[in-house]
Design a protein around this ligand. Sequence first.
Ligand SMILES: Nc1ncnc2c1ncn2[C@@H]1O[C@H](COP(=O)(O)OP(=O)(O)OP(=O)(O)O)[C@@H](O)[C@H]1O
Ligand SMILES: O=P(O)(O)OC[C@@]1(O)O[C@H](CO)[C@@H](O)[C@@H]1O
Length: 305
Amino acid sequence: MIYTVTFNPSLDYIVQVEAFQTGRVNRTSSEQLLPGGKGINVSIVLKNLGIETTALGFLAGFTGKEIEERIREYGCRTDFTWLLKGHSRINLKLKSAIESEINGQGPDISEEALMNLYEKLSRLTDEDMLVLAGSIPASLPSSIYQQIMSRLTKKNLKIIVDASGDLLLQVLKYHPFLIKPNNHELSELFDIPLTKEEDYIACGLKLQEKGAKNVLISLAGAGAILITEQGEVIKSKAPKGKVVNSVGAGDSMVAGFITGYLETGNYGHALKMGIAAGSSSAFSSQLATKAEVTAMLEKMENKVV
Ligand SMILES: Nc1ncnc2c1ncn2[C@@H]1O[C@H](COP(=O)(O)OP(=O)(O)OP(=O)(O)O)[C@@H](O)[C@H]1O
Ligand SMILES: O=P(O)(O)OC[C@@]1(O)O[C@H](CO)[C@@H](O)[C@@H]1O
């Protein structure tokens, strides 16, 4: 079973405003409300691609109830820990000439709730896969993913971490199976502006030296670079298309990569599946469906994109 953990789920309120102006009353031309949070998005896309997961994490209040209901509508299994105070956040995604996002802080997670999650994670076995994705509420230390991984060191399960900054750096010594920084996160990690492919690769290799097995660097419309545990560097361009909503493109890429890897054990195929799922989500108002990913993969293989 694949387990995803989202410490800070959200309701994503995605609004389109034709010519957004600051300091004015703006009116939307379309609105969408979707369950969000990185681990949850990974679970939804995996389900769309035919792979069962259980979504773990923390939910609270009326927004939490709505998030869980909407995730279940996709057919995903959930086993969230409920917080007794506060409510899960609402993240605003503003689409105008450019895309802007305002992500909330999320509710405080009590010690008791954290123990409840740890208890669920202690039941994982070597055959399971764990995805730790997204930010954590401000009340928790940035060592939290590291703490989870250190509790699981005796087990041989594959762990995927999609996080930024210290949250990511601190887990590397526990040898995550896959990390997926985007180009901006990579620049932030090394505190230098990166623009060239060779610089991305050099930084990716440094993360591998620190312990990550596979490093997948996503470059939005420019595709992605995978550095495999065997030291192979595989690059893939992204297909061209009209971006409708890129929120969750990175999470879709993680789900596509997992699917491709589980299907064949081949990293080249996993990367292609990751790109096909990421780009399908970017070109659609919803997260990628199986039909969209299959069609995208075919186009990529026939080089018609
Ligand atoms: N403009 C785009 N055109 C084509 N494909 C895209 C575009 N943006 C994203 N993608 C696809 O999605 C993948 C992941 O995108 P990106 O690098 O933006 O991840 P991310 O920053 O983690 O995304 P997010 O945080 O929005 O989920 C890319 O490698 C690509 O396959
Ligand atoms: O604040 P975080 O946890 O870093 O990111 C949360 C978030 O932006 O990530 C997903 C897209 O990747 C959205 O569904 C969600 O709103």
